[in-house]
Design a protein around this ligand. Structure first.
Ligand code: G6P
Length: 612
């Protein structure tokens, strides 16, 4: 993980680096640092434990000014979060920031110690700085040459930016596994882990590809491959409104804003793809229907919340399109000896498009005979999008809160459209198709209705102030929604939460039930409601605390203090999993709020997980 930004300009860049770094905090926020070279060629470095706000205060206090510099926000892998482990790391005149892991750092460290190097941190990154310095010292050569010769000595995955304070006109960026993008400005150029961090200086970007090494000056950029051969990379123009990223508006947290963004995020994601009669994916190419018709199996691979959306989609692919589907956690899939079914489509789901395990799974799939790969992603030009055969972008807008909300429901709507499209190609009857489309089109309105339950859910959340555990249960396509509800609660409130398929309770979890164990039941009015009611009785008779999220018409009555009914407006069955996600997001949000958690930046987590 970790976020990098660096630049070289004709003007002071410290404010630009700090502003950019703030946009990268989703990649880690346990410590941060910045180094600039001042007009006398001196390195000025400041590092802080904690997030970028602290660093900003320190930089302002010291009045740092420089035309060239590097900055970093960290998610600790090697070495605890602390000031000494924060980047940038130095070796005399060499300055380095790094995202990723140097797997052979122990051996390199030993070697460097034997050469007399003294390490001041526990990080793998410091090895890079000393190694570059060592090779530079052997024979004074251009920094590029030293970098190119040093890269093969390091194993693992990394994005690094390097600078030599004796030549304060050049920075070098290396992409080997972790993303880096160059922002091309006027008489200045920057590089960062994500273009988001560069929107204030440019809308022209060059995405580095695997193995690229870029020499970046204020007035020119040269890109080389690992062999040192100059290569050409396209410059793309992007029009993204920077303010979207930094504006919480009337909301207290990004997560709260993003929960409320959902009707619009879904409307935007549907735009141009869903008319009254059919789903239109012409963006996938003119021959797309013929391609989709060939699909006989679907394999979905993802991590975290994206994995949960894949689990919901499996129900849709199998019931609507009659295509068998399996869903796998990327970090498991890539190390398993799997079999590929005939005409199997690989779908990779990722909000960020940079998750290391999902990206590795996609790369691995190319060695197997999948019929093709399709990315469903929120970030155009992300690595996963660029490396997939086909892609569909969710139009949720930028998501800042570490806990995914609007990107989950937008992924789901794309997956539902895809299942409907596949169904229509596989002979789904027209009436069913029209009904699904109607349900999809009315969903943003339905979500606006369920958001009105905000106050009620806020009241319910108070019950969780003293709770340390919770169970979530659901059946059918709402079982993955229970999983997502549990994930949200644990990641932002730190309550231990587990999800179970309601029918599984008697196979173990019932032993946990007593009057201190809240059980959150997702109980839409569908064909499984009577089965679910039996499971609810089993909990009730054992004194469990029930919180039943349900439809007005399911007939639940609050009979005693151990049972709370959260009555929700009407929702069509097909879109109910998306709809029921919303109150669970609100519940987690309000529980975290009353527990005074850091909602947008929960401890130990990061939004974009670029290490495996
Ligand atoms: C991290 C984030 C989660 C996200 C997961 C997968 O764990 O905190 O919110 O669901 O990564 O990320 P992706 O970008 O691939 O969807």
């Amino acid at each position: 993980m970790c976020g990098i930004i660096a630049g070289v300009s004709q003007r002071d860049i410290t404010k630009i680096l700090l502003k950019g770094l703030m946009c990268l905090e989703y990649r880690g926020y346990d410590s941060s640092g910045l180094a600039i070279v001042d007009k006398y060629g001196h390195i000025k470095r400041l590092r802080c434990l904690g997030n970028v706000k602290k660093l900003k205060e320190a930089v302002e206090k010291d009045n740092l000014i420089g035309l060239i510099g590097l900055a970093h926000t960290r998610w600790a892998t090697h070495g605890i979060p602390s000031e000494i482990n924060a980047h940038p790391h130095l070796s005399d005149y060499i300055i380095v920031v790094h995202n990723g892991i140097i797997e052979n750092h122990e051996a390199l460290r030993k070697q460097l110690i034997s050469y007399g190097y003294v390490f001041s941190s526990e990080t793998d990154t410091e090895v890079i700085a000393h190694l570059l310095h060592f090779r530079q010292k052997q024979k004074d050569r251009p920094l590029l040459e030293v970098v190119l010769q040093t890269i093969p000595k390091m194993t693992g995955s990394f994005g690094i930016v390097v600078m030599d304070s004796r030549n304060p006109s050049l920075i070098i960026a290396v992409r080997k596994g972790n993303p880096l993008v160059i922002g091309c400005g006027k008489e200045e150029n920057f590089v960062a882990s994500d273009q988001l961090a560069l929107l204030s200086i440019s809308n022209k970007f060059i995405h580095l590809e695997e193995g690229d090494v870029a020499e970046i000056y204020s007035d020119k950029i040269k890109i080389f491959n690992i062999m040192g051969k100059i290569i050409n990379r396209n410059k793309i123009s992007l029009n993204v409104n920077c303010e979207i990223t930094n504006n919480k508006g009337i909301y207290s947290h990004y997560m709260q804003k993003e929960i409320y963004d959902q009707p619009l995020a879904i409307k935007n994601t549907l735009k141009g793809r869903c008319n009254n009669k059919e789903i239109n994916f012409s963006e996938l190419g003119v021959n797309i229907s013929a391609f989709l018709k060939k699909i006989e199996h679907i394999k979905v691979v993802a991590c975290g919340t994206s994995y949960n959306s894949g689990l919901v989609a499996r129900y849709w692919f199998e019931s609507l399109a009659r295509i068998p589907c399996d869903v796998e956690i990327a970090s498991e899939f890539r190390y398993r000896k799997f079999q590929v079914h005939r005409n199997s489509l690989l779908i990779v789901l990722s909000q960020s498009g940079e998750t290391a395990d999902t990206l590795a799974a996609l790369r691995l799939s190319k060695k197997f005979n999948f019929i093709g790969s399709l990315a469903i992603c929120n970030v155009l030009y992300s690595s996963i999008v660029r490396e997939s055969d086909l892609y569909l972008i969710t139009k949720s807008g930028i998501e800042i809160g570490v806990a995914s909300t609007k990107t989950f429901t937008s992924q789901l709507i794309v997956l539902l459209m895809l299942a409907t499209k596949l169904g229509s190609l596989n002979g789904m009857n027209l009436e069913l198709q029209y009904n699904i489309i109607k349900s999809i089109q009315i969903l943003p309105h339905r979500i606006e209705q369920v958001l009105k339950k905000d106050k009620l859910i806020q009241l319910v959340a108070k019950d969780f102030l003293d709770k340390n555990h919770a169970l979530f249960i659901g059946r059918g396509d709402h079982y993955p929604i229970a999983m997502e509800g549990a994930l949200k609660l644990k990641e932002i409130s730190y309550i231990h939460a587990e999800a179970y398929a309601a029918g599984e309770l008697k196979h173990g979890p019932l032993a946990l039930i007593d009057n201190r164990m809240p059980v959150i039941v997702i109980a839409p009015n569908n064909e499984l409601i009577n089965k679910l009611k039996c499971n609810i009785e089993e909990i009730k008779t054992r004194g469990g605390l029930l919180y039943i999220f349900t439809d007005n018409n399911t007939g639940f009555i609050e009979k005693d203090r151990n049972m709370k009914i959260i009555s929700l407006p009407y929702i069509e069955n097909i879109t109910a999993p998306i709809f029921y996600t919303i109150p669970l997001q609100l519940l987690s949000y309000y529980v975290a709020l009353i527990k005074s958690r850091n909602i947008d930046q929960p401890r130990n987590l990061a939004k974009s997980v670029t290490v495996e």
